[in-house]
Design a protein around this ligand. Structure first.
Ligand code: ATP
Ligand code: MG
Ligand code: MG
Length: 556
């Protein structure tokens, strides 16, 4: 991988270490286990874990599990697997915001005792009305002046389960006139009878995100709490809470912009819709921008890390074209994958003079730069398949592939000449009759120059493989930002690319059949392909996913 690129966050950390404000670096990645992680999370993972690595610090993995109705064990397990697959190791055990429920409760009593929090009985609608908006100050809740004793008693009874869901909240007493709406006496606890994935039914009150996050960070000794820009105006609340409780440590929240990747969606909630409405085969559909989807597609952790490095970290817009991700993946696969031959769309070629003293096989390296990977035999026989696109009846100017009467080199083998084109009744080309020049095995005889080289495979040696061809999931660059005539957002699911998935039967070299699932290859001249993580079985009919083509098909 490339050397770490500096960014404004690293500059802040450098300053803190130089001034002695901090002596070490502790970051955290805090996903909510309410879905699978996506490429946006990958950016945050690479940032948080990458900084910890580069500063010899630590990065914690913390499930932000304060929303019991949306969270599931399956998601938490998938998050751990995804972070590990990317190649990162978290500090100690996986942590959970719910690990701190008791401490969070204690600090809430502390705030009440200091006259800084009160139990409120306004309902959601009233609360909105009292809060006001940007144009006007809010009004104090009528419950704001309750005594400390009454607040403590009510809060304890909230915990004990004496009150109905939603009937009371605990709120901070900050400032109903603050221009920052987050400081207008925010709710920090609500009553909700919901079974929690970790704590079961032991709580019927749950702390809110803003209150939980800063305290969890502080309890873990986080030094730099990196989050996305939408939390910028929550920072005063983050700091207010930590300034008003007896917890000695105060992490610094730093915001950066979210990654938005064009031609896809970076929102767990929307990706969830694709899964539940069965518009994709699951969270790990190879078209999904989830980490597990990218993995199944054949993207490598190195490719995703390179991408994260390239897109940078700033407070400016981070709208990135899909081709940047594909390019990063392609680049990291180039030196990492053995190369084999596959013909995806075959046309039969009969070598009419095959017997005339031809050598029937030749050894070819798996990679031009990796002699240590060895070689395999590439056999030739009287019938071979070539790619339909490599033949043109009416060739465009500059055509260097097959056409009637022209010569072309078979990769690793002979030069052949097309002598005859056979068509079916409908006029489709079904076969080419070609002749081998026996003097050209692996060389151009003096005075002859054949420029075109095509890939091919011996019909009797090739095996069939199922190949799944993927393309971008959406036809729109920003599928969730398209407005209709009425000015409303159009449902992003309308823009699913109907050509984003296609299965074909291809011919491949037999050697790939013994590959384990998740083995990546370059199919020469075609792209990078991976044996499917679930459906490919070593020794069975191979099942491949196309990871990425060799060239950017969407460029220009
Ligand atoms: P989503 O809307 O997709 O659920 P989220 O921000 O609510 O996103 P979390 O599970 O809370 O998801 O995210 C965990 C961490 O990943 C957070 O620190 C968040 O800032 C970061 N993150 C999430 N989406 C992106 C993104 N698109 N770009 C960069 N970081 C992101
Ligand atoms: Mg979140
Ligand atoms: Mg979310």
């Amino acid at each position: 991988t490339e050397a770490p690129v500096s960014n404004f966050i690293r500059a802040i950390i450098d300053g803190d270490l130089a001034s002695g404000k901090r002596t070490s670096v502790v970051t955290r990645f805090p996903p909510e286990p309410n879905g699978y992680l996506h490429v946006g999370h990958a950016k945050s993972i690479c940032l948080n874990f990458g900084i910890a690595q580069d500063y010899q610090g630590q990065c914690n993995l913390r499930m932000d599990d304060t929303n019991p109705e949306k969270e599931e064990d399956e998601y938490a397990a998938a998050i751990e697997a995804d972070v590990r697959w990317l190649g990162f190791e978290w500090n100690g055990a996986v942590r959970h915001a719910s690990d701190y429920f008791e401490q969070l409760y204690g600090y809430a009593e502390e705030l009440i005792s200091a006259g800084k929090a009160f139990v409120c009985e306004l309902n959601a609608e009233q609360m909105r009305e009292y809060r006001g908006d940007f144009s006007k100050p809010g009004k104090d809740s009528p419950y704001r002046t309750r005594s400390v004793e009454e607040n403590l008693d009510l809060f304890r009874r909230m915990r004990a389960g004496e009150f109905a869901d939603g009937s009371k909240t605990l709120r901070l007493k900050i400032d109903m006139a603050s221009p920052n709406l987050n400081l207008r006496d925010p709710v920090i606890y609500r009553i909700k009878r919901e079974t929690h994935i970790k704590t079961g039914d032991s709580w019927c009150i749950y702390p809110m995100y803003d209150y939980t996050h800063c305290i969890s960070d502080a309890l873990e000794g986080i030094t730099h709490s990196l989050c996305t820009l939408e939390f910028e105006d929550h920072r005063p609340l983050y700091d207010w809470v930590l300034d008003n409780i007896s917890l000695g440590h105060h992490p610094q929240q730093i915001e950066f912009s979210r990654l938005e990747l064009l031609y896809t969606i970076t929102s767990k909630r929307k990706l969830n819709q694709l899964v539940t409405e069965k518009l994709v085969s699951g969270w790990d559909d190879p078209r999904m921008p989830t980490i597990t989807g990218m993995r199944r597609r054949g993207y490598s952790p190195e490719g995703i890390k390179l991408f994260s490095q390239r897109i940078g970290v700033s407070k400016g817009e981070n709208i990135i074209d899909y081709s940047i991700l594909e390019g990063s993946v392609r680049e990291t696969l180039e030196e990492a994958c053995p190369r084999v031959i596959a013909v995806l769309d075959p046309i039969k070629v009969t070598l009419t003079n095959f017997e005339a003293g031809v050598t029937a096989s030749r050894s070819a390296p798996y990679h031009p730069h990796h002699a240590e990977w060895g070689e395999r035999e590439v056999p030739i026989a009287p019938t071979i398949y070539v790619e339909r696109e490599d033949f043109a009846e009416v060739p465009p100017a500059g055509w260097q592939r097959l056409t009637l009467g022209s010569e072309v080199r078979l990769r690793y083998s002979y030069v052949i000449k097309c002598d005859e084109v056979i068509k079916d009744a409908a006029g489709n080309v079904v076969e080419l009759k070609c002749s081998i020049d026996p003097a050209t095995l692996g060389q151009n005889p003096v005075g002859r120059k054949v420029k075109g080289v095509i890939h091919w495979i011996s019909a009797e040696h090739a095996i069939e493989a199922e190949v799944r061809l993927y393309d971008r999931l959406f036809t729109e660059a920003r599928p969730d930002a398209v407005r209709g005539d009425d000015g409303q957002y159009v449902d992003f699911k309308q823009f699913i690319n109907p050509e984003s998935f296609r299965t074909i039967t291809a011919y491949v070299e037999p050697v790939v059949a013994s590959a384990a699932p998740e083995t990546r290859y370059q199919f020469e001249r075609l792209g990078y392909f991976v044996t499917d993580r679930h459906d490919h079985v070593a020794g069975g009919k191979p099942v491949f996913n196309r990871t990425v083509t060799l060239k950017d098909a969407w460029a220009g």
